[in-house]
Design a protein around this ligand. Structure first.
Ligand code: NDP
Length: 333
């Protein structure tokens, strides 16, 4: 068994030299425990932001989908799959019922039968990002049919999913993403009403063009200047779901910001940050709803699959640079 240990805090982009790969001896299984072998590991934006809070050296954090290869727990049979926050490691011994889920991370889930869909979706549409989209829209944005939702990070795992839920709920959906190809995918494949390349367009002009009735809900995945501009284009009583701020994760020094309080006050916005683990006790509700939409053909997905346990850092950096459309995952073998 192998695992990644973080030995240096990230400076700017993560680097291979910030980690070492360590061999692990696994003990015998005790009653109630299972041994799970990682098939897919997740790379997520929060990994870049969170590690600052850990004392080094520390095992690298992260979600994975792992196959149970040995079991001393009758509820967890060999051959079934678990999704869990086991970190960047090839093998995990876990007592699923007792596994203590750290704040911000996903609960250990025995994956339901995904039918013909790949198990890797347990890290994406049918896992943490899928639930982030589901609960973020349903519980924070609460859009009504006919309202306009704007999404930044629109082509990513969470954003592409949020937009499709918006369409299912009868809203006008406008996304921002970092390449023309991503924007074309959002409009042509996922049914977004409009999508704009935030790197090349004038944001104000795009909002005027894309949101003639202005903005009722803003699902904010990126933070920074674009968010201020979008919030100043909102309708009265608009709702802002503050989900992430990836634009600042590689460089947490305070950038030049414009003040967004006037928009919040004069438009009487409701701005709410959230972490998806708020809904840990409703975790399976989100997975079931997303699986149903998937099976009905209402929800589509793409994955960016990187290959090999040795390539975790390249995958993390690639995702932070925007190489992915949809969820970025690593196939371990
Ligand atoms: P994505 O799949 O969206 O991947 C990250 C994407 O961010 C990249 O593909 C890139 O796309 C974009 N990006 C990178 N740098 C910037 C930048 N400077 N400005 C704007 N966009 C940038 O990741 P997720 O869907 O997993 O996560 C999206 C956001 O949601 C993150 O902020 C994450 O932290 C947050 N999140 C929050 C959760 C919660 O519980 N609150 C749970 C899960 C995610 P592009 O080409 O468009 O630039």
């Amino acid at each position: 068994a192998q695992k990644y240990v973080l030995t240096k805090y990230f400076q700017g982009e993560p680097k291979k030299s910030d980690f070492k790969i360590v061999e692990e001896e696994l003990p015998e299984l005790k009653e109630g425990e299972v041994l799970a072998e990682a098939e897919y590991l997740s790379v997520d934006p929060y990994m870049r932001a969170y590690m600052i809070g850990y004392k080094l050296p520390t095992d690298m954090i992260g979600g994975q989908v792992a196959k149970i290869i040995s079991s001393r727990n009758k509820n967890y049979a060999v051959g079934k799959y678990l999704a869990g926050s086991f970190g960047w490691r090839t093998h995990t011994i876990v007592k699923p019922d007792d596994f203590n889920t750290p704040a911000g991370f996903i609960p250990v889930t025995l994956l339901p039968d995904f039918g013909t869909h790949p198990v890797s979706l347990g890290l994406g549409v049918l896992g943490m990002p899928g639930n982030t989209a589901y609960f973020g829209v349903k519980e924070i944005c609460k859009p009504k049919p006919g309202e306009t939702i704007v999404i930044t990070g629109g082509a990513g795992a969470v954003g592409s999913h949020v937009g499709q839920i918006g369409k299912i709920l009868g809203c006008r959906v406008v996304g921002f993403a970092g390449t023309d190809e991503k924007c074309e995918y959002l409009e042509k494949e996922l049914g977004f009403d409009r999508a704009f390349n935030y790197k090349t367009v004038d944001i104000r002009a795009a909002l005027k063009d894309g949101c003639p009735k202005r903005v009722d809900c803003y699902f904010d995945n990126v933070g920074g200047e674009i968010s201020t501009t979008i919030m100043s284009h909102m309708n009265k009583y608009g709702r802002v779901a503050v989900c992430g701020s990836i634009s600042s994760y590689n460089d947490m020094k305070l950038p030049k910001v414009t003040i967004l309080q006037p928009a919040i006050v004069f438009k009487e916005l409701k701005v709410e940050g959230f972490l998806v683990n708020r809904w840990t006790d409703r975790w399976n509700e989100g997975i079931k709803a997303n699986l149903k939409w998937l099976n009905e053909g209402k929800l589509k997905y793409q994955e960016k699959v990187y290959h090999g346990f040795d390539n975790m850092v390249d995958a993390l950096v690639g995702m932070l640079r925007g190489e992915n459309t949809g969820k970025a995952v690593v196939k371990v073998k």
